[in-house]
Design a protein around this ligand. Structure first.
Ligand SMILES: Cc1ncc(COP(=O)(O)O)c(C=O)c1O
Length: 392
């Protein structure tokens, strides 16, 4: 049976950050969670756990780690042993733990901007230097695309700045782009040459739109796998982010042991209900739901891209291949004085729509906004109409 994603769920009476940060009349299209219920098998597994009623300390079961490993094999033919999988409470803590494991104070990490904003804080959290390799933007009519600026990438990786860790975001938030195998191979090659460990945040890897394909960078070669910490989670795909459960896959035994020590030192425990939801979500029981979701999100993306083209002249948008995040370039309207001040502030005040401010995503994000289209079509339409009204 096809899942009905048109149903709206009232989230105002919950602790939702997305729905409670702004006044009641504001439509929230910012934080990256979806306004859909989790798949029925996940809700059923949680119901059973609640009925059991004992919520003591738990540890990741062999079945849970095996479910992660089996999913990697099923999706990518990637042979992951369950022992390579380390459970973490979330991927933000997962990539911070990678920095603490790999780098010593004064050494550096690199990332490609604009990027998911917690990446930008990792160096401060761990007393490190930060190198940013800005992605290059190309405009084609009302659409934009990004490509890797290889000179910037090599500069960020050069030995003089002691970069020890590359924090990769693939698929990329906020651009929604999926890196090609060629791009990933070139990144891996440069990292290998400079002895840089890769921490690849692949949280959006199952939110593929149309026929997009995801390549985990660790699958490129055994050498790349040996220098990579891959972070995956059911949180974005199955909309269970609040249950706090993710995984680091680390094939190299020495790197894995060091990472585990960091996880222990930071007491990064995973909640019992998070583990229940993850095991069911990754088991395959929700894959029909996921196929429906991808179809729905692809149609929402197409609707948004067409709406921007027709009704929001002056704004350009990415055409995401993955994620439910659109990245809107408002710079022409800012330059023309049609938008005064930072664009998310403008749309909040003039349209009653809450978006993420592009500048928060680091160099290259100025005058952009990020819009979350992981919601029923009716809400997406309303948000875009409000934005159109504010610009007219
Ligand atoms: C690239 C990326 N990594 C990590 C996260 C958050 O992960 P977690 O909630 O597991 O800490 C997000 C959430 O939007 C994200 O986009």
């Amino acid at each position: 049976m096809k899942t009905n994603f048109d149903t709206t769920v009232d989230r105002r009476n919950s602790n939702s950050i997305k729905w409670n940060r702004y006044p009641q009349d504001v439509l929230p299209m910012w934080v990256a969670d979806m306004d859909f219920q989790a798949p029925p098998p996940v809700r059923e597994a949680l119901r059973k756990a609640v009925e059991h009623g004992v919520f003591g300390y738990e540890m990741p079961s062999a079945g849970l780690l095996a479910a992660v490993a089996a999913r990697m094999d099923r999706l990518y033919g990637w042979k992951v042993e369950p022992e390579m999988v380390v459970a973490v409470p979330g991927l933000v803590s997962g990539f911070n733990a990678a920095a603490w494991t790999v780098c010593r104070p004064g050494e550096g990490i690199m990332m490609q901007t604009p990027v998911y904003f917690p990446f930008l804080k990792v160096h401060e959290n761990a007393g490190l230097a930060r190198q940013t390799a800005q992605l290059a933007r190309q405009a084609q009519g009302s659409a934009i695309r990004y490509r890797v600026d290889w000179e910037a990438f090599k500069t960020a990786a050069r030995p003089e700045v002691q970069t020890r860790l590359f924090l990769l975001c693939n698929p990329h938030n906020p651009t929604g782009q999926v890196y090609s195998r060629d791009d990933l191979s070139r990144m891996a090659e440069i990292c290998e040459k400079n002895d840089i460990v890769i921490c690849s945040d692949e949280i959006h890897s199952e939110l593929l739109l149309d026929g997009a394909k995801h390549v985990p960078i660790a699958t490129l070669s055994p050498e790349t796998a040996a220098r990579t910490i891959t972070l995956v989670a059911p949180s974005k795909t199955f909309n269970v982010a609040g249950l706090s459960c993710g995984f680091a896959i680390i094939p190299d035994p020495d790197l894995r042991e060091r990472y585990k020590k960091t996880v222990e030192r930071l007491t990064m425990h995973v909640s019992s209900l998070g583990q229940v939801s993850a095991q069911t979500a990754l088991s395959g029981a929700c894959d029909g739901w996921l196929a429906d979701l991808r179809g729905y999100l692809t149609a929402n993306r197409d609707f948004l891209v067409e709406f921007v083209r027709q009704h929001l002249p002056g704004i350009r948008t990415t055409v995401p291949e993955a994620t439910y995040l659109a990245w809107l370039d408002c710079s022409r309207l800012v330059e023309a004085g049609k938008i005064e001040g930072p664009p998310a502030k403008f749309f909040l005040e003039k349209a009653g729509v809450a978006l993420n401010e592009g500048a928060d995503f680091g160099p290259g994000g100025e005058n952009f906004v990020r819009l979350n289209f992981g919601c029923p079509r009716s809400l997406l339409e309303e948000g875009l109409e409000r934005m159109r009204g504010a610009l007219n």
